[in-house]
Ligand binder design. Sequence first.
Ligand SMILES: [Fe+2]
Ligand SMILES: [Fe+2]
Length: 484
Amino acid sequence: MITRRRLLQATPGLLLPPALTVLTSCGGSSPSDSGGTPGTGDCAAATPTATAASPRGLHVSWTDDPFTTRTVTWFTDGSDDPGTVIEYGPVEDGMSDCEIAQTAMPNRVEGSTKAVYDVDALTHSATISGLDEGKAVRYRVGSDAGWSDVRVLQPQPRDTFRFAHFGDHATSDASRAVLAGVQARAPDFVVIAGDLSYANGEQPVWDTYFDMLDPVASRLPVMTCPGNHENKDGDGDGYRSRVSQPGQGTYYSFDHGRVHFCFSTGGSLLTGVAGAPDLLAELAWLETDLAAAALRRANGEIDFIVFVQHYTIWTDSDGRDPANFTLVLLEEHLLVNYGVDLLAVGHDHIYERSQPMAYGQPLAGGYVQITQGGGGQSLYSLTEELGTWAAFATLRHGFTEYAVDATAIRGTTYSVENDAGELLPDGELQIIDQFEIPARSATDKATYAQRPKAIALNGFDYDAMILHTIERNRLHDLQEAGEH
Ligand SMILES: [Fe+2]
Ligand SMILES: [Fe+2]
């Protein structure tokens, strides 16, 4: 068990572009001890003294409906549980920042607490439900032993929305620049496709990571999947003990508006054959989840299917061929059979966009793979010649933003660096790629509405797939240990 040595150190400040403003701490009474009197203080800064019970590392996700619920997760130091409470209320029209920060919260919900893996700290999480879909919500978390600042969550739009995607984040200057860029764009939510903190066994790095994430993640929902580096912390327990995600936690799905999102581990948490049943259960779940989504798309209930995982299916990152052909083939079978529109991945620290493709070849109507491994960890190199399936590849840190409506997913990839590879000022971005994934025709949607196959009838050698996956993970760990 590691004691958090940096206990109560000030979090390094992140510059916040105006898109996501931080409310000024107001003078006067706090929302709860004022007994409900709206604040009219002078908004003079009043930072409370941090204690072990002070909430830190706030990050928002949803574990249930994205439109009417939000789950907030945070940490306190030590093993004494100070309580797990979210106080919240609507942001009424015309409320000033000061009123948002000071006005008493009409609602309160309690949550649960668990130990952080291998650190003397607690993870708290609680879920707000019954949100008014069209209204922003203000909230703070903690207990009477210590509260966070008041933060604001914007409502999730249903018909058109934007989400940002990157993987391989780390805690570098580029990692912070990517967050500042996301803040500047203020999408509706963020997808981090694995390899989050690169703690690599040093658990306090996760605390640094969530301190860095807090200004964005306490205001924008962040949905994640594990990568191979998450497996280095107690076979994924470091990750599991710190995030709150839907369903199984490491793999899950949800609908956001008319898009179905399916998040997979891609086998990233598999280290030995003892974990094989988990991966097989996940693959069986993926089959039924994607089959149901394809049927719902054919029936007009949704427009797109997006699949997120850490590992690439195909890559032009030099020396990083999948080395796991059975799992790749099996996963690609699912993507192609059920007409997945977009595959959003990381792992290879490059940016690469594929043409619509299948089985390593361009194919009209195939899936589009976006490898956005430029979240902040050091970049790799590209093969001399790109695959015939590739549309564009480059080596830049940044993120990809997708704007979704009923007709298309329109992607824009932003770099946080200039052409010379120098970091731009926080919040300044350079567009390096733009693309469009149109909605499929009704005829095509009907083609992909198929019955799920029983996993045992797929004709794959599952024992070989498990062994390949273990070997892939081991080889990639060895390679990355040498590089970082
Ligand atoms: Fe990775
Ligand atoms: Fe990585």
